[in-house]
Design a protein around this ligand. Structure first.
Ligand code: CA
Ligand code: CA
Length: 246
């Protein structure tokens, strides 16, 4: 009491500010604790209005992910379902039913249209088989889109690893304009698209999801160069989660 009255006005200001700060801190702690008690923690991204993309997985054809495949640089299985992938509300599979072209327009088994026909079953009859060596499929989304994720299944009847997988976006069908590589595990540049740093992965019913970060593109292309069981290339389905570009 004596110190307060005796102290010059300039000495009072910092201490009163301290009190205000302390009250503010207590209030914010109280509000934060109340929020935690009232509801479950919101998933990361919810604050930005992001929601899980609507993925519908096919029925698994085998249990778990084997780790005894003799493939170098192989990604370790997650051991649990993949986390939901968040994107703006309204993002859907814009590849469904869209036109597909390929480096092999006369598949060994099946038809090119099967890449986007929404049938994701792992069984015989639900995949298209392309010839040996480097092959690709290109999906024309029909117009410019904001692309958030590319989700694809080469084959999931049995566990397999497809080699030199490269996923690209472009503004033109010939992949000469504004080409962007989203994924590339061709680490020794066998396919001549540049050396990639991504890992090999085992195909499962979950498919492989590649983040496209909202990039704008009309065309999506996927390359592969055979697999650990044979030299052929297969596609069950390719989904492209996006929305028309504004
Ligand atoms: Ca299909
Ligand atoms: Ca390679």
């Amino acid at each position: 009491m004596k110190r307060q009255t005796a102290a010059p006005s300039t000495a009072v200001r910092p201490s009163s500010r301290r009190v205000v700060l302390a009250i503010a801190a207590l209030l914010s702690l109280g509000v934060f604790a109340g929020t935690l008690e009232a509801q479950a923690p919101a998933p990361a991204g919810a604050a930005q209005g992001l929601v899980p993309i609507p993925i519908q997985l096919p029925k698994p054809m085998f249990e778990g992910t084997p780790q005894n495949l003799r493939v170098p640089n192989l990604q370790k299985p997650l051991g649990r379902p993949r986390d939901p992938f968040l994107a703006p509300a309204g993002v859907t599979n814009v590849a469904k039913g869209k036109k597909v072209t390929s480096s092999d327009m006369e598949p060994v088994i099946g038809e090119i249209e099967q890449v986007t026909d929404a049938d994701k079953k792992g069984a015989e009859g639900s995949f298209v088989e392309l010839g040996p060596g480097v092959q690709h499929v290109t999906i024309d989304l029909g117009a410019m889109h904001e692309v958030y994720a590319v989700l694809f299944w080469h084959f999931h009847k049995t566990p397999r690893v497809y080699f030199d997988v490269v996923v690209q976006l472009a503004d033109d069908a010939g992949f000469t304009k504004n080409v962007r590589t989203l994924f590339n595990n061709d680490n020794d540049n066998t396919s001549g698209l540049g050396a990639g740093t991504d890992m090999n992965f085992v195909e499962t019913s979950e498919g492989k999801l590649v983040d496209a970060k909202g990039a704008r593109a009309r065309y999506v292309r996927l390359y592969s160069r055979g697999n650990n069981a044979n030299e052929l290339n297969h596609y069950v389905e390719v989904e492209v989660f996006g929305r028309p570009a504004k």
